[in-house]
Design a protein around this ligand. Structure first.
Ligand code: FE2
Length: 511
């Protein structure tokens, strides 16, 4: 695509018209009475009989810095900061969001230094958060929840909650959502610094402002950042940034995808893989469920599509069709010399999980458990594809960062041993031998994403770190495992004096 034509297309997708097509804007216009059902009351009633719902309870205030009490011994070469992000402001006044993905983002920072761990939690003071904090009520409808007399939304960043992931870019942190801009946060103070206009100061100028930027960028070993964003028109914007966040290249493909949600993607050393699950946005017959997530439907007859896109010119090189499926997350992809591409997914048989994350927020525990399984895919150069479904339920797959897009041997992920509401087990899978190593926290814990930290950049070494909520004591702990011996349990565990809301993704920044 010629640059002039590309820029024209970007502008047509940009802040001025983007929201005209999005479900967000449609929601803001719905003149519906606020929650005929009191979801806040329902949730808090359910919390009494289901204390395991505590991780979905509202958080009122920031968590002040505290030094954690440590069991075991921290490794000396694990020095730096572990950042996590997730939704935490689920309620204001009598209103409660009806889906887990809607709450305002809160950062959790764990600083590893001098054999100690210090924690601090802080809401990201986005424009939305600041206005609603001042008004002491929700002012905007969310992707799912329709509030009473919502303010109009003219661009996605007005309701950007920055609640899904956090990466370090240069000397800043970028808190990531997926329907709008990255949000810049001060690394020292965790203060909000602004929504990033990616093209500013470069050849793209303001043409990228407000475009969707997913929460799952892939960072290559050289520091380059690749990402995508799904537009409601069915187009996918593709980004290639330098390590400091400067835009190197941007592309636009017409994926003709109308599933309403596209959460993650993959890279190899030569290509981007945009994987389109078997989803469509339909109509809900339930008058209390007219939001975007309620209307996303699984289509058993719609194959998953894989678009293989050149990193050089961001054009589609090839397409594959896979059996119908849905995944939030992929671990990694790599390419062999003959062009064979391999990747893994935490694959769901349908999209029921999306509804379950809504049910839980409303205190409805029916069918609360929906498991994804690890599936290994092979895309052959002749256009055929194969998949190997492992007998391993999994979510939040991670690999050693320095191998992103390159062949990895180990996959680290969460699993479930007790039919839990959230995960309860961490495990590693050796993709070459099939050997698994795992640690079951027990039914009292809700285990969040664990990430692999490799100080020596040698796969199989290093530490697996992550948080877990201990339901009976209502406290969260941070766990440090030896990556090559999960079964022995954490070598160190650091306890907060309270619990944290269940969040999504995090990353470690070495000191
Ligand atoms: Fe995610």
């Amino acid at each position: 695509m010629q640059r002039r034509q590309l820029l024209k297309s970007m502008v047509s997708l940009g802040a001025g018209s983007l929201l005209l097509n999005t479900p967000f804007n449609a929601l803001a216009k719905v003149n519906s009475p606020q929650q005929a059902v009191n979801f806040k009351l329902l949730f808090n009633q359910a919390l009494v009989s289901h204390p395991e719902l505590i991780g979905f309870a509202n958080v009122e205030d920031n968590f002040q810095p505290q030094v954690l009490s440590i069991e075991g011994v921290l490794p000396k070469d694990l020095v730096g900061t572990f950042y996590r992000n997730g939704p935490a402001k689920h309620e204001r006044g009598e209103a409660r969001y009806q889906h887990l993905f809607e709450g305002d983002g809160m950062l959790q920072r764990f600083t590893f230094s001098d054999g100690k761990i210090k924690h601090q939690g802080k809401f990201i003071a986005t424009p939305k958060f600041q206005k609603e904090q001042q008004a002491q009520r929700f002012l905007y409808s969310g992707p799912e929840t329709i509030i009473q007399q919502p303010l109009p939304v003219s661009n996605a960043d007005m309701i950007n909650t920055a609640n899904t992931n956090i990466i370090a870019v240069g000397n800043d942190l970028w808190a990531l959502w997926e329907a709008g801009s990255p949000t810049k946060v001060d690394e020292q103070t965790l203060e909000y610094k602004g929504q990033i206009n990616l093209g500013a100061g470069g050849k793209y100028q303001n043409s990228l402002q407000g475009l969707p930027f997913s929460a799952h960028p892939k960072i290559e070993a050289n520091g380059d950042i690749w990402n995508f964003g799904l537009n409601a028109t069915g187009h996918v914007v593709l980004y290639h940034l330098a390590a400091n966040g400067q835009v190197k290249n941007v592309g636009l493909i017409n994926a003709e995808y109308h599933g309403g949600m596209l959460h993650d993607f993959l890279i190899t050393d030569k290509h981007l893989l945009v994987i389109l699950p078997s989803l469509n946005v339909g109509h809900s017959s339930d008058k209390n469920r007219q939001g975007l997530f309620s209307r996303i439907e699984f289509d058993q007859n719609q194959p998953m599509r894989v678009l293989v896109i050149s990193k050089v010119d961001l054009s589609i090189q090839k397409q594959y069709e896979l059996p119908a499926g849905f995944a939030f997350h992929y671990g990694n992809a790599w390419e062999e010399k003959d062009g064979t591409i391999r990747f893994d997914a935490s694959l769901y048989a349908n999209v029921d999980v999306l509804q379950n994350l809504s049910n839980i927020m409303q205190g409805n525990m029916d069918n609360a458990n929906t498991d994804a399984k690890t599936v290994l895919f092979t895309l052959n150069p002749n256009g055929t594809a194969m998949r190997n479904v492992m007998d391993l339920n999994s979510e939040f797959p991670r690999i050693c960062n320095h191998l992103t897009g390159l062949r990895n041997q180990y996959l680290y992920q969460l699993s479930s041993s007790h039919n839990s509401l959230w995960s309860d087990t961490v495990c590693s899978l050796n993709l070459e031998t099939g050997k698994q190593d795992s640690f079951d926290f027990g039914k009292d814990y809700q285990v969040e994403e664990h990430i692999i930290v490799c100080p020596k950049k040698v796969e199989g070494t290093g530490y697996l770190i992550g948080t877990a909520l201990h339901v009976p004591s209502k406290r969260t702990c941070l766990n440090v495992f030896k990556a090559d011996d999960l079964a022995s349990g954490p070598m160190a565990r650091a306890w907060l004096s309270h619990h944290l809301p269940l969040g999504f993704h995090g990353n470690f920044k070495h000191a």
